[in-house]
Ligand binder design. Structure first.
Ligand code: VGL
Ligand code: ZN
Length: 196
């Protein structure tokens, strides 16, 4: 193996946007989005057992967010801060000490990356994190932009390719996002290959 998949000191798990609105029945439902939950729960348990940090990003929009159709944006209303749609799915087993990162929380600006306008980089640095294991929603927006930013900042990234799902506004967006992340140096793994 080129590099070890066993989570160790310096590693963290980042769970992207596993929120009701991105799951079946939600306002911006991602096809099969719920299938990532048991896979991520296993990863969460592995990291938690080893006392390694777990970060959970969430889309956290004001009601008049610029990305919504009503403001001329590309998306239906979704993930309004404090709403049921913005809550993490109740089956997602986040530990009590998970670090929650809220993004895109101002009306005038959208942000797909969990690093954009947040203190994620500082929080990771403070925890001594150098490598991020990433899964969640959505492959072609939050996951893509977060992974590219992480790589650009010098983190190693292990993308959990079975534990992500794409919006696919255009057919193939998810596949193209995977190619971009791999090209920029993300390592790919399936979650069951992480030794428990
Ligand atoms: C996202 C669509 C709209 C994401 C956010 O974080 O993946 N996707 N807003
Ligand atoms: Zn959004």
């Amino acid at each position: 193996m080129e590099f070890g998949l066993t989570p160790e000191i310096g590693d963290a798990l980042l769970v992207a946007d596993v929120q009701n609105d991105f799951l079946p029945g939600g306002n911006l439902a991602v096809h099969h989005g719920d299938e990532v939950i048991p896979l991520l729960n296993r990863c969460i348990a592995l990291f938690t057992q080893k006392k390694l940090p777990v970060f959970a990003a969430r889309d956290w929009h004001p009601p008049n967010h610029c990305s919504f159709h009503a403001q001329g944006g590309p998306w239906p209303t979704h993930c309004i801060a404090g709403s049921l749609g913005a809550e993490f799915h109740h089956d997602l087993a986040l530990p009590p000490d998970a670090v929650v990162i809220s993004k895109a929380d101002t009306p005038e600006r959208d942000a797909y990356s969990a690093f954009c306008g947040t203190n994620l980089d500082e929080r990771l640095a403070a925890a001594g994190v150098r490598r991020l294991f990433v899964g969640g929603l959505t492959t072609d927006y939050c996951v893509l932009n977060t992974v590219l930013d992480a790589l650009g900042m010098g983190y190693s990234v292990v993308l959990l390719t079975d534990a992500i799902r794409a919006v696919n506004v255009k057919p193939g967006d998810g596949v193209r996002a995977l190619a971009q992340m791999q090209e920029r140096g993300a390592h790919f793994a399936v979650s069951r290959d992480i030794p428990g």
